[in-house]
Write a new protein. Structure first.
Length: 214
């Protein structure tokens, strides 16, 4: 009799244990798996965020470099094409000749023309002014050669179209040359605008929401 009672008791205990284990698996176990899965997702997302931040930092450095390069090119073009028309072309031609011990007897304006170029992307226009001069000077052969080289490679966009050298002695010669000077007299407003790519009035956080919207 006692053995039967013990068997029944053990059977009920086993069944109760199995029931408890089943309830734990169906409730607590499932929650633990969800928590584990969420932790793995969180770890993966944080890894992506860290990688994304590294890429953003790398791209920002590249953008800063590109902006610096564009500013440098813009400033060089502005100087070469005398965008603000600060250079007196005739004086530049005269001063360059005197620098190489040449005596200028004549600087004659020949013609002036305007050429418009349109940007097909945004329809903005630039206007290039071309001024042509006839220059007559006399001086040493070495000075004449250096003068022609200077006009062809100066910081301003000038071009020696033609020249003729007439010897007057063993060391001196007379030169007649035709020079073109190019200027940018009209440029898009964006040419003089800042290339700063950073937001000035609104900062965007990682969620993509601006401070004003928050």
């Amino acid at each position: 009799m006692n053995q039967d009672i013990q068997k029944i008791f053990i059977t009920k205990l086993v069944l109760a244990s199995l029931g408890t284990a089943l309830v734990w698996y169906m409730t607590i176990g499932a929650k633990e798996k969800q928590v584990y899965d969420l932790e793995q997702i969180y770890i993966a997302q944080m890894s992506e965020v860290t990688q994304g931040e590294a890429e953003m930092s790398k791209n920002e450095s590249m953008i800063d470099y590109c902006v610096t390069q564009m500013c440098s090119i813009r400033d060089e073009l502005s100087t070469q094409f005398d965008v603000n028309e600060t250079i007196n072309a005739r004086k530049h031609i005269q001063d360059a000749a005197e620098m190489y011990s040449l005596t200028v007897s004549r600087i004659e304006p020949l013609r002036s023309s305007l050429t418009k170029k349109k940007n097909k992307v945004d329809d903005t226009e630039i206007t290039i002014k071309t001024e042509e001069y006839r220059v007559e000077c006399v001086g040493p052969f070495d000075g004449i050669v250096r003068y022609v080289d200077d006009l062809s490679n100066s910081s301003q966009i000038t071009k020696v179209n033609s020249f003729r050298i007439i010897p007057v002695s063993s060391e001196y010669a007379r030169m007649i040359l035709q020079v073109s000077v190019y200027r940018l007299v009209e440029v898009p407003e964006t040419f003089n605008e800042s290339f700063d790519h950073k937001a000035s009035s609104q900062d965007i956080d990682a969620t993509g929401v601006t401070e004003d919207e928050a």
